[in-house]
Design a protein around this ligand. Structure first.
Ligand SMILES: [Zn+2]
Length: 261
């Protein structure tokens, strides 16, 4: 079984990457379930995400997004209703793109709800897409998640993208804090090319060498940025044991996002 822990639905006037499109891609890649993220930068509001993913219950699992500096952000009351009703399975934050630190007090009501309902906070980390307006790396370095992980030890945190290129730092934050997980999404654009294989191999080996564990590593692609089938193929070819691959591909995701039912 394969669960893709990191995908985005995107809606623009001239094109869309919605529920139908991701499910078609998942079929080709033999991916059974996917966590699908909302995000202002992808023109996908939380309500739109919920509406789209409701077409594929048991296959698509929504992750709402909070842009704390935006007037349009969902209220904590709304988020609690969705968490309590199992309409959402976590929250995604775009710190580097939207300029806030994860320990900012404005996030606390939302993070406390995630603790209460035992669902994770997922943070974009590392490289920020250089065409996005005003993205700032100081809000995206993996080390900034250590404060939050220490202050809220019962909050489950995912540092996305290995914190690329700072996989060593991401590994250390995860090694030190039992509540910090890492995902390996978003390291490749389109298909996996020869130069991507060098980067992926290096990030995986840095992560594992500096204390990162395959027990807390999640498979994710960052679809529609990357071809899911190619990404699955690449991970399958890594020199990992069967047990390690099972953890990465689905076991850790099942327990982290409470996907058993
Ligand atoms: Zn992403």
């Amino acid at each position: 079984m394969i669960i893709d822990c990191h995908t985005h639905l995107e809606f623009y006037p001239d094109k869309k990457f919605g529920a139908q499109e991701i499910v078609a891609s998942m079929k080709k890649a033999k991916i059974k379930k996917a966590l699908v993220y909302a995000g202002e930068m992808f023109n996908c509001a939380n309500e739109k995400l919920l509406c789209e993913s409701s077409l594929f219950k048991g296959i698509l699992f929504p992750i709402a997004s909070i842009s704390p500096l935006s007037q349009n952000r969902s209220t904590p009351e709304q988020i609690e209703e969705w968490l309590a009703g199992k309409k959402i399975y976590g929250l995604k934050f775009y710190t580097g793109y939207e300029h806030f630190y994860p320990s900012d007090k404005i996030l606390r009501p939302y993070l406390n709800l995630l603790e209460k309902y035992n669902q994770p906070a997922i943070f974009h980390s590392g490289d920020t897409w250089n065409q996005a307006k005003d993205a700032k790396l100081k809000y995206a370095h993996p080390l900034i998640f250590d404060d939050l992980a220490s202050d809220l030890p019962n909050l489950k945190i995912v540092i996305a993208h290995f914190g690329n290129p700072w996989a060593k730092d991401a590994a250390e934050v995860s090694y030190k804090n039992k509540n910090v997980y890492i995902d390996c999404s978003g390291l490749v654009y389109d298909s996996v090319k020869p130069q991507d294989k060098i980067l992926l191999k290096r990030l995986f080996s840095d992560y594992l060498l500096f204390g990162g564990s395959t027990d807390k590593l999640l498979f994710g692609t960052d679809w529609n940025l990357c071809d899911q089938k190619g990404y699955v193929g690449y991970i399958n070819r890594l020199q990992l044991t069967k047990k390690e691959k099972e953890n990465i591909f689905y076991k850790t995701a099942q327990s982290l996002f409470n996907l058993y039912d």
